[in-house]
Design a binder for this molecule. Structure first.
Ligand code: S3P
Length: 175
């Protein structure tokens, strides 16, 4: 089984940018689950939320997660950036358990909002509900995480190096 590192954390925590750099440092594959979902749907995530709704989005997200993890198991090592809400599906948590080491990129609400307020993310429209969602999700991230990295005071490059260090150790332990 190939080593797989999955990055979790709230919107704006840097899962995609950190994941891409860590994969580059490791010489591993990088996959962004949001991109996988959008490609499979043939539309953007905001379009999916608007047309089919969040439940349909979560269904497709789990389906793509299963497929991506199957492919990664046969590869040589991969970093996977999850969506901020992937772990809200119990099925996704089950799929990840045993298939990947989970690193939680922890960010506070102010910094997360500062980073995504002007993006087109469907769940980042209103500050109050954004902060409430972060507080609700925190327990999910903490329960699933094998490692936690607090990201708000660190550059992407240094978080990526920490992720790569964890990944190398994990790969060594796997044999
Ligand atoms: C979501 C986070 C987004 C994307 C979708 C829903 C969430 O991913 O999956 O907009 O529920 O937190 P990022 O965390 O990569 O922004």
């Amino acid at each position: 089984m190939a080593p797989v590192i999955a990055l979790t954390g709230f919107m704006g925590s840097g899962k995609t940018s950190v994941g891409r750099q860590a994969a580059w440092l490791l010489g591993w594959d990088f996959v962004d689950l949001d991109v996988e979902v959008a490609v499979a749907a043939g539309k953007t995530i905001p379009e999916m939320f608007a047309n089919e709704g969040e439940v349909a989005f979560r269904r497709l997200e789990c389906e793509r997660l299963r497929a991506v993890l199957e492919t990664m198991a046969d590869g040589t090592g991969a970093v996977l950036a999850l969506g901020g809400g992937t772990l809200s599906s119990p099925e996704a948590v089950d799929l990840l358990r045993g298939a990947a080491t989970l690193i939680y990129l922890e960010i506070n609400a102010d910094e997360a909002w500062r980073r995504v307020a002007r993006s087109d993310r469907p769940l980042a429209r209103d500050r109050r509900s954004f902060v409430a969602l972060l507080e609700n999700r925190r327990a999910l991230y903490e329960a699933a995480a094998d490692h936690v990295i607090a990201v708000e005071d660190q550059a992407v490059a240094s978080v990526a190096r920490l992720v790569a260090d964890i990944a190398r150790k994990y790969a060594r332990d796997l044999g």
